[in-house]
Design a protein around this ligand. Sequence first.
Ligand SMILES: [Zn+2]
Ligand SMILES: [Zn+2]
Length: 283
Amino acid sequence: MYAMTPRCQLPPLRRGPQQPCRAASTAPAPPALSSPSRADPDELRSTWPQRAWTLAGSAAVLSSLSTSASLAAADAGSFAEPLAAALVAYSLADLATGVYHWFVDNYGDASTPFFGAQIAAFQGHHRYPSTITRRDPCNNLHALARAVAFTLPPVDAAATAAGAPAAAHAFAGVFAACVVLSQQFHSWAHENPRRLPAGVEALQAAGVLVSRGQHAAHHRAPYNNNYCIVSGMWNGLLDRHMVFEALEMVVFFRTGVRPRSWGEPDAAWTEDTAGGDSSLHTQ
Ligand SMILES: [Zn+2]
Ligand SMILES: [Zn+2]
C-alpha cells in the first residue's frame, strides 16, 4: 500500500528540459500550459449560437422537470420522492463538477479530442480568473448547455419509455441544471461582493452555492484542491482524504502521465496581474 503523497514520493515536474520519469518515458506529462493571450472584449459577449444552445439546454431541463411534475401530480400529488431526488442530484452535481474540473485542469490541452476547448478554457481561467465575471451569461453557460441539449432528451426519453417514476426525471433535470449553472456559480465565486445579485452572498455564506473564500483556495498554490463548483459541499471530504491525489497516482502508475498539478507552479497556473485589469480571457 502506498501513501498518497505524490509530492513526497516523486520529484516535482519542472517544465522545460528535464529528465523524464522512467514510467512516463512513453507517455509524456500533459503539455505545459501555453501562455494565453488576452481576448478581445467582444469575445465575452454572447453570440446568437451561444444563446440558442443555452436556450436548447434550458428547454431540455424544463422538459425533464415538467415531466416529473406531471407524473408526481398524477401519482396523487406525491412530490416527496421527486424533491428528495432533486436534493441528491444537487449534491452529486457538485461532485461531478469537481471530477470534471480536476480532469480538465490536469490533463490534456487544446488539441485533446472532444474536450480540448473546455480544457483550454479552464486552464486559461487560472491565468485570468476574473474574466469569467465579465462574460455574458450565455457566453459563459453555452458549452455545458449544449452538452445537456444533446444528452438529456435521450436520457429523459429512455426514462419515459422504461416507465421511470417522477423522481428519475427530477434527478436528471436538476442534475443537468446544476451542471450548466455551475459556471454561473463559479462566476459568482470570483465576483466582487458589491456586484453580486441580491441573496447570492447569503447563499454562498450558507454553503448553498460555492463560496468565494473556498474557491479562492483553488486559485492558490498548490492548485490541487477545491475543484467542486456547485455548492462546494464535497471539497472538504475530497481534499481531506486526498481522493484526487489517489486518482492521479492510479493514472500515473497505469499510463505514466503526470497531472499538471504535480509540476512546479508556473506562470500559466498563476493569475496574470500585469497591466491591471486581468479581465479579458477565454474563461
Ligand atoms: Zn481550476
Ligand atoms: Zn475559478
